[in-house]
Structures are given as C-alpha cells and as structure tokens.
Design a protein around this ligand. Structure first.
Ligand code: 5GP
Ligand code: ZN
Length: 114
C-alpha cells in the first residue's frame, strides 16, 4: 500500500534498524522504545490490523509467533520473559494501520496495561 508507513519501511523507502527478515515478515526496532528491547514484527503483506485476520491470511500470524519465539531465544530474553502486544483500532491505541506485533523485553512489565 503506497501510503502505508510500514509498507514503505518494508520496501526500504524509509530506513529502519532491521532485526530479522524473511519472505513473509519483517522485524525492526521501534523508533520510540518502551522497554530496553522493543521491536515490531510485521507481515510483508498489508493487513490493516489483527481485526482483519481471516482464514485466507491467518498463516502469517502463526509464522510471526514462531519467528518471535526464535528471536527471543537468539536475543537472550526468552528465559526471563517478555510481552507481545498488538494494538487494534482507535480505543486500542493503534497508530499505524498495518498489522504489527510489539515485542517488549528487558524489564518487569506491569498489568493492567494503560
Ligand atoms: P501502534 O501505536 O500502532 O501500536 O504502534 C506503532 C509503533 O510504531 C509505535 O510504537 C511507534 O513508536 C512506531 N513507529 C512509528 N513510526 C515509526 C518509524 O518511522 N520507524 C520505526 N522504527 N517505528 C515507528
Ligand atoms: Zn502496510
């Protein structure tokens, strides 16, 4: 999608600090980190949010969680734990309308979230 910020990051039109990439997904560090480690994992295909997941595109979500589990091990935070978050729509505080999973690690998280 030409006007989508994350589609432009995936295409390399806007620079980002890459964590991981394969045919289906791209992971990069958040520009405004909320934890010592904070990166985003996005499908390369444009999907508006987790509310737009259907039987046709659901496989990429499982793939992304496999990638996150692997990266957690490789980056060394799997043992202590971490948080995966996907904000959806206005009240969910989604600011970029391209499905993304925040991966936050390196500090104690709080609950409930704000
Ligand atoms: P949301 O608020 O939609 O759940 O998350 C969007 C995230 O994208 C925010 O955490 C924000 O800091 C991050 N973000 C926004 N613009 C950019 C950018 O240009 N580059 C990177 N790396 N992250 C961005
Ligand atoms: Zn997009």
């Amino acid at each position: 999608m030409p006007d989508c910020l994350f589609c432009r990051i995936i295409a390399g039109e806007i620079p980002s600090k890459k964590v991981y990439e394969d045919e289906q997904c791209y992971a990069f560090y958040d520009i405004d980190p909320q934890a010592p480690t904070h990166f985003l994992v996005v499908p390369k295909a444009h999907i508006q949010s987790a509310a737009a997941i259907t039987a046709e595109n659901e496989a990429v979500v499982g793939h992304i969680f496999t990638v996150i589990a692997r990266l957690a091990g490789e980056l060394g935070f799997a043992g202590r734990g971490y948080r995966v978050v996907s904000n959806i729509g206005e009240q969910g505080q989604q600011t970029v309308p391209h499905l993304h999973f925040h991966v936050l690690a390196g500090r104690d998280m709080t609950w409930p979230p704000g």
